[in-house]
Design a protein around this ligand. Structure first.
Ligand code: ADP
Length: 504
């Protein structure tokens, strides 16, 4: 407990008992508690034990003189704040200056006036009291500050103008592995946290000298243990010079991010898997049409070959040209057959090549070529109304082909079930900032029980249908940041429209 106001202790030091007595008399009744010492050693001992507010210190004493006592007092943190007033017959200004230089607060010449001593003691006791209160409040504030700093999750490091560490909270110690006590007063760059990052070290130095704040989402720091840690770093300049650095350990966040990325990749693989299965199934269905279509050119190949054989038997000169014509027809037909098979193979087997910048019209022209076989077998034409000057899209060509082919085949099937042969209309256009294509048929339209869950897997009205075409299409379109929608054709039939974001 601090002594009450007015009951501060004053230590009187003089080797002369008469002088001591006079001092006693002078201060008696002034409300202060008085202690006395007759030499330097005794003065230091009492000062340390009692921590008086003030010492009236005689300069000229045998053994340790007053100046020496003062120096000892000031060198010891426990007694450094005690106010020292020198009392001396030495009145030359040099000793006064010396006394003040080594930490004394005042100098009273002997013989002294009672009033003067009292007035000066009062003043210095008052100052001392205020100083002690201020120091206490400062410590309290510092403690409070430290508590706040230690409570936050971020590591906080204070730097001065020269880039030296002025403070460091517990979290900063935990992140960097450096004890606060080892860092305060040291150059921050000595901790070598951003070892190889010269640019960053440079920006930090600039920041301390009054530069602009900096913010890094992800930097690696090498902790004292040698461990490399990912942190987010923020540096702000301080009004009084120097900077405050905030470090946040982002290892956990990165791990979550990594897990999320993996989950996304897994989903993508699954999506591609499903899309591939669906292509295989569509491919199987298309096989019958292909067999039929390939058969015709192959029959022609056989026939022409026979003719060629006959022509070969009698090799008259004038027939040689005819023979060449026949042979070139063979080649054309064989190539046609090969092309049909090639298209089919590449559709089924080609793995997704990833996304690229595409022109939607070009992709749909290819799809129409693929659908040509079905179109001819069913005698249902497919028309493309290609919109002009459409911006490019960023898409996976194989997946886009798959969506379009599925819609066109569904449309042809529905048209043929309705027993008419209105063409299927495919058109491309720009709407609401999205690149779109739609497939419109004049078939029977959708059964109401199907419409509700049209895009759910395994919903089918067909006997051998898998019912995954539309659900896969939806997943592909959404995976591209777009969508697919159904709407009834007012003239009877169905319209499916797909939209893609424009690629900039
Ligand atoms: P699947 O064709 O194997 O049945 P889809 O997912 O492609 O699988 O289609 C699901 C169902 O949606 C079809 O069985 C059919 O009932 C309906 N459907 C799809 N497209 C059309 C269309 N253009 N006209 C009428 N019904 C359609």
């Amino acid at each position: 407990m601090m002594p009450d106001r007015g009951s501060e202790q004053i230590l009187l030091v003089d080797d002369n008992p008469t002088n001591l007595q006079v001092l006693f008399k002078t201060l008696e009744g002034s409300g202060y508690r008085l202690l006395a010492a007759r030499d330097g050693e005794a003065a230091l001992y009492t000062a340390k034990r009692a921590r008086p507010a003030l010492i009236l210190l005689d300069v000229m004493m045998p053994g340790m003189d007053g100046f020496e006592v003062c120096e000892h007092l000031k060198a010891d943190p426990e007694t450094a704040d005690i106010a020292v007033i020198f009392l001396s017959a030495l009145t030359d200004s040099q000793s006064k200056v010396h006394g003040l230089a080594i930490g004394g607060v005042d100098y009273i010449a002997k013989p002294f006036q009672t009033d003067e001593v009292l007035a000066r003691v009062r003043t210095h006791i008052k100052i001392q009291r205020l100083e002690r209160a201020l120091a206490r409040r400062n410590t309290e504030l510092e403690d409070e500050n430290q508590q706040i700093l230690n409570a936050v999750e971020e590591g906080i490091v204070g730097l001065d103008l020269a880039g030296r560490v002025t403070s460091m909270n517990a979290q900063a110690s935990a992140i960097t592995g450096w004890a606060t006590a080892d860092c305060v007063g040291e150059l921050f760059s000595k901790l070598n946290l951003f070892a190889g990052d010269e640019a960053l070290n440079q920006s930090l130095a600039l920041l301390c000298e009054g530069g602009v704040g900096l913010r890094k989402e992800h930097v690696s720091i090498s902790a004292r243990t040698g461990q490399i840690l990912p942190v987010a770093l923020m540096g702000s300049p301080r009004a009084e010079g120097g900077a405050v650095l905030v470090l946040r350990d982002i290892s956990e966040w990165l791990q979550n991010q990594f897990a999320l990325e993996q989950a996304r990749e897994e989903m993508d693989t699954q999506r591609q898997h499903l899309a591939h299965i669906e292509r295989l199934s569509t491919g199987g269905e298309m096989a019958a049409g292909i067999a039929h279509e390939v058969n015709q050119p192959l029959t022609a190949v056989t026939n022409y070959s026979r003719v060629a054989q006959r022509l070969l038997l009698d090799l008259p000169e004038d027939r040689r040209q005819k023979m060449e014509e026949v042979l070139s027809k063979i080649i054309i037909q064989a190539e046609r057959a090969a092309a049909v098979i090639q298209r089919m193979r590449s559709y089924v087997k080609k793995p997704s090549g990833g996304r690229e910048v595409l022109n939607i019209n070009e992709v749909l022209e290819d799809v129409l070529a693929l659908a040509e076989v079905d179109s001819r077998v069913n005698a249902i034409p497919v028309h493309l109304n290609a919109g002009e000057n459409l911006p490019p899209i960023f898409a996976d060509e194989v997946q886009l082909q798959q969506v379009a082919l599925n819609l066109i085949r569904n449309a042809m099937e529905s048209t043929s079930n309705a027993e008419h042969s209105n063409p299927v209309e495919v058109s491309t256009y720009l709407q609401g900032g999205m690149v779109c294509f739609k497939v419109k048929d004049f078939g029977a339209g959708l059964a109401p029980e199907i419409e509700e869950q049209l895009f759910s897997p395994f919903v089918t009205s067909k006997e051998g249908g898998m019912g995954i075409g539309l659900s896969v299409s939806k997943s592909i379109m959404q995976g591209h940041g777009g969508d697919i929608r159904f709407q009834a054709n007012p003239e009877g039939g169905a319209i499916f429209s797909c939209e893609f974001p424009v690629h900039h």
